[in-house]
Design a protein around this ligand. Structure first.
Ligand SMILES: Cc1ncc(COP(=O)(O)O)c(C=O)c1O
Length: 362
């Protein structure tokens, strides 16, 4: 493919080296070492929360699983989740011993809203032990409204904010970020759990460290999901260049929006370009995502239906129940991830958009 859909760029070796030398000097490689502690402090400052309100873990998926576990949601219960998400969301729910129940998303925000979840409860969806809304491709959610939902219903809410490093504004309840290489703030593999309840965050940290109490007793069934010092090194180097990475990403998204204005019926989610992103998911209207992807491929341009037909369609979740999903079906038919990487120039953006339009004519 001459135009890839993504070219992640993590901090280079030169930028990471000073931190690696600190690891050599300290000879501390994991288990809440000094670099992970510093990264955690920087992330807390970035999100304006206290240091004990942040837990760093091995990846976003395990962060979601442990985030659900720490709510105390009883195993076997249902977890309401948008069908329009990546399969990691539903895997995390199963990993916490809960059963995904897929709901539709609201058309403009592409997300599960408290209103949709309330309607599902009113319609008789029973044994709901938790809810996991998703910030689609980093788009912010009304987190205060989810706090209110949780207070009112007593049902814990853990937000999958995977791509939300630049858009998340934490409210009270738990939110989980991914630091995967394909995210705007990528470190390779990593996850962040943020919650204004330090006791909850302490529970997440324990669940990520064999369930150990202070005297190394495994108090509850748990796992090892700690972040290593090497990931801490990449994370600190990422912070050093973050303002440039963030601005480049936002500017590229805005260049896509400006270029698409010259082509009929190519749309982006409202707010796209206001936060740093690593993806460009366009809605291609009548053309359809599959036809456009085919035409792009024939012209040497890679694209990706990032969430395929929606995670509810993945074979792994075939036994799980769903509500009616017309919006998810519509989005999965028209949404396509177009090439997005820092070096993408305007000539190539126009070539991508022109090729998409040719698909519509065919
Ligand atoms: C919506 C969503 N949830 C969860 C995840 C999982 O994060 P990770 O890859 O860090 O496990 C991703 C990652 O791509 C994601 O896009």
């Amino acid at each position: 493919m001459s135009v890839p859909v993504m070219r992640p760029r993590l901090p280079d070796a030169e930028a990471i080296l000073p931190y690696l030398r600190q690891i050599d000097a300290a000879r501390w490689y994991s288990n809440d070492g000094p670099l992970v502690q510093r990264l955690s402090s920087r992330i807390a400052a970035h999100f304006s929360v206290a240091e004990d309100e942040v837990a760093l873990v091995a990846n976003g998926t395990v962060g979601l699983t442990l985030g659900l576990r720490a709510t105390g949601a009883a195993a076997g219960g249902r977890c309401l989740v948008p069908a329009w998400s990546f399969s990691a969301t539903a895997h995390a729910i199963l990993g916490a011993g809960l059963v995904p129940y897929f709901l539709d998303v609201e058309p403009t925000s592409w997300s599960l809203t408290p209103q949709i979840a309330r309607q599902a409860l009113a319609d008789g969806v029973s044994e709901v032990a938790a809810v996991m809304p998703v910030m689609p491709f980093g788009r912010p959610l009304d987190l205060a409204a989810w706090d209110a939902f949780s207070d009112e219903t007593g049902i814990p809410v853990v937000v999958d904010a995977a791509a939300g490093f630049d858009s998340l504004m934490p409210a009270q309840g738990p939110t989980v970020l991914s630091l995967h290489a394909t995210k705007a703030f990528g470190v390779g593999e990593g996850g962040v759990v943020i919650c204004r309840d330090a006791n909850y965050v302490g529970d997440v940290r324990r669940l990520a460290n064999f369930g150990f109490t202070a005297d190394r007793q495994s108090a509850v069934p748990a796992t090892n999901a700690k972040m290593s010092e090497y990931t801490g090194a990449v994370g600190l180097a990422r912070f050093d260049t973050w303002p440039t990475v963030r601005d480049t990403s936002r500017a590229l998204a805005k260049r896509y929006i400006a270029a698409a204005a010259n082509f009929a019926d190519i749309q982006f989610m409202p707010g796209y370009g206001d936060w740093a992103t690593s993806t460009c998911v366009a809605m291609l209207g009548e053309r359809g995502a599959a036809a456009a992807a085919h035409c792009l491929a024939q012209n040497g341009i890679e694209s990706r239906r990032w969430w395929g037909d929606g995670c509810y369609q993945q074979p792994a979740f075939a036994d799980c129940q769903s509500g009616p999903l017309p919006m998810t079906e519509m989005l999965s038919a028209v949404a396509l991830g177009l090439p997005f990487y820092p070096e993408l120039d305007d000539v190539t953006i126009n070539r991508v958009l022109e090729t998409v339009c040719v698909a519509g004519e065919g």
